[in-house]
Design a protein around this ligand. Sequence first.
Ligand code: ADP
Ligand code: MG
Ligand code: MG
Length: 496
Amino acid sequence: MPESGKREDPIYFRVGIIPKMASGVPDEVMMNAALVKELADMAKDEALLQGVLMRTKETPNSSELVTYAPFTLFPSPVPKSVFLQALAVQTHFNTMVDKISQDTDFLQEALASTIEVDDFTARLFKIHQQILKEGRSQSVVLGLNRSDYMLDQREDETSSLKQIEINTIAASFGGLSSRTPDVHRHVLKVAGRLEDSQRILDNNPVAGLARGLAKAWELYGSERAVVMFLVEEAQRNIFDHRYIESELWKRKIPTIRKQFDDVYKTGSLDLDKRLLVDGKEVAVVYFRNGYMPQNYTNEQCWDVRLMMERSMAIKCPDISTHLAGTKKVQQVLARPGVLEKFFPDQPQVVEQIRSTFTGLYTLDMGPEGDKTVAMALAEPNRFVLKPQREGGGNNIYGSEIAQVLGEVKQSTERTAYILMDKINPTPIQNYLLRRDAPLTVSNCLSELGVFGAYVRQGEHMVMNECVGHLLRTKSSEHLDGGVAAGVAVLDNPLLV
Ligand code: ADP
Ligand code: MG
Ligand code: MG
């Protein structure tokens, strides 16, 4: 609090929060520790009031103790043009992912070298093949994905939108990010920035994600059937799910939450391949688990995955759509001519998608992969080395690239990875608010996510939408990691 200790203190009305792009917060605020402390305390209360919540690390499976989900004190500036560009391309990414998921030959070819050496992808692929052999028992596909970007800083100080990855399974924070705009609006109002507060966009991914789930449920066509959230054992981020569950219940669509083990113990297929879990027919399986090897704690989890894929339940995502979101597929898509194959008569769509790609390089055995190795070893700081993993914290940077590639460069093991140009956003100063962390100013990098939702029935797309966004911000000290990994925090774009 400023010395006078009063709300009316003119300091609130003198602070300029968003004066320029280089820094989200002006020096006079950054330097005023008392003011920042007061704004931060108030912001945390507002986050609790608005329901930007998480369970605690200590008690991830109880709501007796909850805290605010970590977030930035101030919204971060994002250029309007690139923000709109990200929204505009989303339905094309939805179409693209969906087309890939149906192109058996493409998936086979793209993943051939990867599944030789990466056990996790190989197991997923084996399920995919088995389903193809048996024939799919459900013609409805539901895709809820999130395409993530960073803004690559150009020499002329403008920035260009570059895709980090697209998440086709368990893409999270659509729930909580529907509640964060009001928190930042409140912070800016209290700080005397009423006009800026009105520039924070509405955002409601929950509505669109729930609309997708509801549409799929409807097409399944049984009123008593449920939407099953397949969830992890530790459920810190349960509120993010609850927002979607609530929306579904409002539409009189019943939901249940089950873990792999529950489905193993109480799940079965009937003669028509209807999936029954705990006595209930499942219309939609919504995966919020199953995206990384650690989620499959034993063989039974794999049995359960196969059973669900075989079933008549609509899978979000189905196994082929899951595979379409691998980093290897992302790299293959960036090769010349590949996007054209998926959009043969739509050069503008190809251009729109391709303009978001940064350099992606194969590590397959052969001269092209050898060239990638040499390039990475010569300038490791220019690149990110990526294995086929999700959930943050798996990528390899800088000198470690040299170390890892040094070890695997002569063997097929290198084909478990892809190489990607490192994207360099402009750092922006902000405060990251998280429980038990000191209130200090950080140099931050932001990542913009855009949520897509689509439903296809047979050949026919019955829904294809961009349903909202997510801005996550982390300290530039951390190279990798999302909100769930404890590195990034929730944020909102302030369009400039
Ligand atoms: P995951 O599926 O684990 O989230 P990502 O590809 O999103 O994998 O990488 C995790 C994090 O690593 C990203 O959130 C981002 O912070 C960082 N990162 C990934 N790719 C790049 C890149 N090309 N340039 C800069 N940072 C990157
Ligand atoms: Mg991912
Ligand atoms: Mg990611």
